[in-house]
Design a protein around this ligand. Structure first.
Ligand SMILES: [Zn+2]
Length: 284
């Protein structure tokens, strides 16, 4: 994936090396297990963090990190890709798009408006403070899940999280929450899947439009879409359920099957049109 020539200024908030807000390593065993399940099974992060808080007795302290472009390679990647994602959505939506408040990169744990953020939760978006939270050790977790180490796969994850921010701006998140109040678990899960697949689709739309807002400096190269699809495949609900040694329970899906996640990422990429992504709600 090409990204080095892209602009910086992606709104990174660097909390790496900050001790505040972290639950001591090794002290949060139960919380971490719950959090892993929460992320991959797609429990609302608000709820997941609440669970983590209850288990650890911790309150979320929200100490801000350092804003600006990080000097290290991994930080720079997040900064430049985020800047490009913002440029794509600003080009599509003009002033009605406002970037996330920041892209927080952290280590171990950190305070968020949604409760205590934990590395094991995987990347998440907190609507309460409009920030994306990313512990960079997730890149290693992805490899362990078979999602690979391609930069395009990592960028897909980042764009997916910004997709959740878009859903707050568009009101889709609020509509789903509203609907879920009066729905049973299974029906409610179908709405969660629609949101997740829409975020996957947005990630594809981003990748399709990345070159046009960066003079080609940020772009998927041959093989990059496939690497993104491999990642989508590895983190589908059915694949994760299988990895956990369980039977496949489609009613419990909250992110979508591997096939669905790949399909919507691809559909976004092939059309480059965010309106297409509303199709994940068809039939609901
Ligand atoms: Zn998601």
């Amino acid at each position: 994936m090409r990204w080095r020539g892209g602009r910086s200024g992606g709104g990174v908030e660097d909390r790496r090396g900050m001790s505040g807000g972290a639950i001591a390593a090794g002290g949060g065993g139960i919380a971490i297990v719950v959090a892993i399940a929460a992320y991959f099974l797609g429990i609302d992060p608000n709820l997941a963090s609440g669970i983590a808080n209850q288990l650890t007795g911790g309150g979320a302290t929200q100490r801000e990190g350092t804003f600006g472009t990080p000097g290290d390679e991994e930080g720079l990647f997040v900064d430049k890709v985020s800047a490009n994602i913002n440029d794509v959505w600003a080009a599509k939506y003009g002033d009605s798009y406002t970037p996330p408040a920041s892209i927080v990169i952290y280590e171990g744990g950190t305070g968020t408006a949604c409760g205590q953020g934990q590395a094991a939760m995987g990347p998440f978006y907190c609507p309460g403070d409009r920030k994306v939270y990313l512990d960079l050790s997730f890149w290693q977790q992805m490899e362990q899940l078979g999602a690979g180490s391609a930069e395009s796969a990592r960028a897909y994850v980042l764009a997916h999280e910004v997709g959740h921010h878009m859903q707050v701006l568009s009101g889709a998140s609020q509509k789903v929450q509203q609907a879920q109040r009066s729905l049973g678990q299974e029906e409610g899960n179908r709405y969660s899947v629609a949101l997740e697949l829409q975020a996957d689709c947005y990630a594809g739309v981003w990748a399709a439009n990345a070159p046009s807002v960066s003079n080609g400096e940020v772009a998927f190269e041959p093989g990059d879409l496939e690497a993104g699809l491999r990642a989508a495949n590895a983190i589908g609900d059915d694949t994760l359920q299988r990895r956990q040694g369980g039977t496949i329970v489609p009613e419990a899906f909250t992110h979508g099957s591997s096939a669905q996640r790949m399909e919507w990422l691809k559909r976004g990429f092939q059309t480059g049109d965010p309106a297409v992504c509303d199709g994940t709600f068809d039939g609901l």
